[in-house]
Design a protein around this ligand. Structure first.
Ligand SMILES: [Zn+2]
Length: 201
């Protein structure tokens, strides 16, 4: 397979090299629990319009022709993530994606505050909330995490220039200010835009 070097690197984020267990792609924790297994359908009929045998169809893979098998996992670290097994021709690609944080987990006060801010950012990048509305909301106390502040400021600038807000426009805006790398790159924005309270379908 092409890109085998990258593929092997990526495996380090999926599986503990010693124990051969599934690990949290966010923090590497290797105590994880399988929560749910289902098929997320692709946009392309007819082959992808059907769930894999033994699973139900749930949700659609946005902007992708091919559906995937989803295994949702909860790490004992408090992170929620998914394994996606997506077939393209004869290849089955495995991705591991962080989808959120378990609200029932015993987070510290600081982590809780950070989770709250992160959830707010996530709602804005998904278009559920407008940044300038958040900015003038009297209950809004601002962002304390530096990289969240930068993402928020980029979103406000976009709205002020009547631009749409999504992970691509936000990435471009941050790139203009030379700040994309400092906030964790495009992968952080992808994470934010795929987080859902219900776990992501
Ligand atoms: Zn974790």
């Amino acid at each position: 397979m092409k890109n085998q070097g990258n593929y092997l690197l990526h495996l380090d984020l999926l599986i503990d090299p010693v124990e051969h267990t599934i690990i949290c792609p966010k923090c590497g924790h290797n105590y994880t629990h399988i929560v749910e297994v289902f098929t997320r359908l692709g946009a392309d009929p007819p082959g992808d319009g059907v769930a894999y045998a033994g699973t139900i169809a749930k949700g659609v893979v946005l902007n992708e022709r091919h559906g995937c098998l989803v295994i949702r996992l909860a790490g004992e670290c408090g992170h929620l993530f998914e394994w996606h097994i997506q077939q393209y021709k004869g290849y089955n690609f495995v991705h591991s994606v962080v989808t959120g944080r378990d609200p029932s987990f015993d987070w510290s006060a600081e982590d809780r505050e950070e989770n709250k801010q992160r959830e707010l950012l996530s709602r804005m990048i998904r278009g559920d909330l407008e940044p300038l509305d958040v900015l003038v909301d009297p209950s809004f106390e601002g962002f304390s995490v530096d990289r969240y502040k930068r993402v928020f400021s980029a979103m406000c600038d976009l709205q002020r220039s009547y631009m749409s807000i999504d992970r691509v426009t936000v990435a471009n805006e941050l790139m203009k200010k030379n700040e994309l790398e400092s906030i964790g790159g495009l992968s952080f924005l992808v994470e934010l835009s795929s987080e859902r309270e219900d776990g992501g379908t």
